[in-house]
Design a binder for this molecule. Structure first.
Ligand code: SAH
Length: 252
């Protein structure tokens, strides 16, 4: 059996209970060494084989999985955050389907949740934003035209940019070209959210590139943008005493 597991955003104790149990049972762990905290390997059992996929191709990863499976072993494929975001798991799953090899997927805490925790923030504030756009700047991996950053920015809602720390000058221009965010719209760079060396830089859309440059942040960071970082907001209806819902009467 092959288990895809979300490792969580960094902190080794932020993997799920199920993920940690499956790690402890694995005969082979293939982990994304460029982003997954190696402290997670503390959960492995003696004799477990460990491969760092950072230097491997898809074909090499699959060859390891196939060999382990034919030996009757259990393999864990450990991805950073949750594998469903920028995890390149679909191509692995499709190949495993072709090979007839069984797998399952255990979710993890994505880094965008880790970043909100680092910021002590809520992305969805009443009357500020009720939507979160998760996207990236086009890099060597393109972005479909309809999702160009300026088009996404035209909504003005909470936005989280993955994989874009090296392109912040261009990102700034695109964010402003959307016509809703201004140079003063609050933004934040969260570096290595939930890792021991986590750092948070609060800035504005107009100072994103400068802030990253001044602090030597070039990778492993998320960019968050929007009024959720500062704007006044309405309190929630859910906990408002005058508001009735399925679990509570309105109180006078
Ligand atoms: N599947 C992962 C994302 C993988 S893409 C998830 O759910 O989080 C890799 C990108 O994620 C990095 O370039 C960076 O933008 C972001 N990232 C991953 N871990 C991070 C962390 N702890 N802090 C900030 N950004 C992180």
């Amino acid at each position: 059996m092959i288990h895809f597991i979300g490792a969580g955003p960094g902190g080794a104790d932020l993997i799920t209970v199920r993920g940690a149990r499956l790690l402890g049972e694995a005969d082979c762990i293939i982990y994304a060494g460029s982003l997954v905290n190696p402290d997670l390997l503390q959960y492995k059992k003696d004799g477990c084989v460990v491969c760092d996929s950072a230097s491997m191709t898809l074909e090499e990863v699959l060859a390891v999985m196939e060999a382990e499976e034919h030996a009757g072993h259990t393999t864990v494929r450990l991805h950073t955050g949750d594998p469903c975001l920028y995890g390149a798991i679909r191509e692995q799953m499709d190949r495993l389907d072709k090979l007839g090899l069984p797998y399952d997927d255990t979710p993890g805490v994505s880094s965008f949740c880790g970043a909100a925790a680092a910021l002590r923030a809520e992305y969805t504030l009443p009357e500020v934003s009720q939507s979160v756009i998760i996207t990236r700047m086009a890099g060597r991996t393109g972005v479909p035209e309809g999702e160009a950053l300026r088009r996404m920015a035209s909504h003005g809602c909470t936005m989280v940019l993955f994989l874009s720390t090296g392109l912040l000058r261009e990102a700034q221009e695109e964010l402003l070209a959307g016509g809703v965010y201004t140079a003063d719209t609050p933004a934040a760079i969260v570096y290595k959210a939930t890792w021991p060396d986590e750092r948070v830089f609060r800035c504005t859309v107009g100072t994103l590139a400068q802030t990253a440059r001044e602090n030597n942040i070039t990778k492993t960071a998320l960019i968050t943008i929007g009024g959720f970082l500062s704007a006044p907001y309405e309190r929630s209806k859910l906990y408002d005493p005058t508001f009735a819902h399925g679990c509570r009467e309105a109180r006078p």
